[in-house]
Write a protein that binds this ligand. Structure first.
Ligand SMILES: C[S@@+](CC[C@H](N)C(=O)[O-])C[C@H]1O[C@@H](n2cnc3c(N)ncnc32)[C@H](O)[C@@H]1O
Length: 258
């Protein structure tokens, strides 16, 4: 396995993914009943932005660094604030030096009754995640293939919660695995929320995934709701501002950066 998330930590894709993650968890907090977060491909948890990999990747400079400087409209600012507050909590000094990955972001939003299960198979990343969550009684890091864990861990005891599926896309068949993994998990837990994260490298692959997901979720009882958001850091003509587009049940087009 060659993938190392440290090269991409805090990049524009992480920023969008983690804002969506925080929005979903903030929504789940609306009810006092406990929820569970299952992070099937969790990563190392905390990334050093001053480290060699983050420096070489440099993605955070056009991602989290830019978002931290941006000014948002009155409507958008409160939606993004909980995410920015979490990132700030990992950076008590003014300079940005660290970026939390999905398990630590999720952990920051657990209430005492909530739980996190995080799967990571790459030994170094897993060790770092275990270190980051050491002695945490609400979070569990497991050395289990995320694709195996996915159907095995649902439904969780809490019966409410979120599954984040964010693989490395190193294997050719990972879109198919994502489609199959989601279908299997959804069949066992149709009332869960699922956040499926993928790179838009082939329109055919993403359209086919979206159709599959809509078909699986739509056939559930009650039918699931799907929101598809695809983000490009370039306008269609290769210039202009970054764009975010969405489809399936709802259509939305949003400028990602103001
Ligand atoms: C894109 S990164 C995860 C980033 C993380 N979700 C975040 O947002 O901060 C994908 C991670 O999945 C791990 N991984 C790859 N194959 C896996 C598998 N079959 N099961 C669990 N983890 C896997 C990789 O080592 C890598 O750390």
């Amino acid at each position: 396995m060659n993938y190392r998330h440290a090269f991409h930590a805090g990049g524009f894709a992480d920023v969008i993914k983690h804002i969506v993650l925080v929005r979903i968890l903030t929504y789940l907090q609306d009810k006092p009943a406990a929820f569970r977060v299952i992070d099937s491909h969790a990563g190392a948890g905390l990334y050093d932005l001053t480290g060699d990999e983050a420096k070489r990747g440099g993605e955070w400079l056009t991602g989290i660094a830019r978002i931290m400087q941006a000014r948002f409209s009155e409507k958008t600012a409160p939606l993004i604030k909980p995410y920015l507050d979490i990132v700030r909590a990992f950076n008590p000094e003014r300079d940005l030096k660290a970026y939390p990955g999905s398990p630590l972001i999720a952990r920051a939003l657990l209430r005492p009754q909530d739980r996190l299960t995080a799967c990571e198979v790459e030994p170094k990343a897993r060790k770092r995640l275990i270190d980051a969550l050491r002695r945490d009684t609400q979070a569990r890091v497991v050395d289990l293939d995320g694709w195996v864990a996915l159907p095995a861990f649902v439904p969780p005891n809490e019966r409410r919660g979120l599954v984040l599926i964010d693989p490395a896309y190193e294997q050719k068949d990972e879109f198919e695995r994502l489609a199959a993994g989601f279908a299997e998990a959804f069949a066992k837990w149709p009332t869960g929320s699922y956040l499926l994260w993928y790179p838009v490298k082939s329109r055919r692959a993403t359209d086919s995934l979206a159709q599959h997901v809509a078909g699986v979720a739509g056939a559930g009882t009650p039918p699931g709701q799907c929101l598809r958001l695809e983000f490009s850091n370039r306008a269609a003509d290769g210039r202009g501002r970054p764009r975010l587009g969405g489809s399936i049940d709802r259509q939305s087009t949003v400028d990602a950066y103001g």
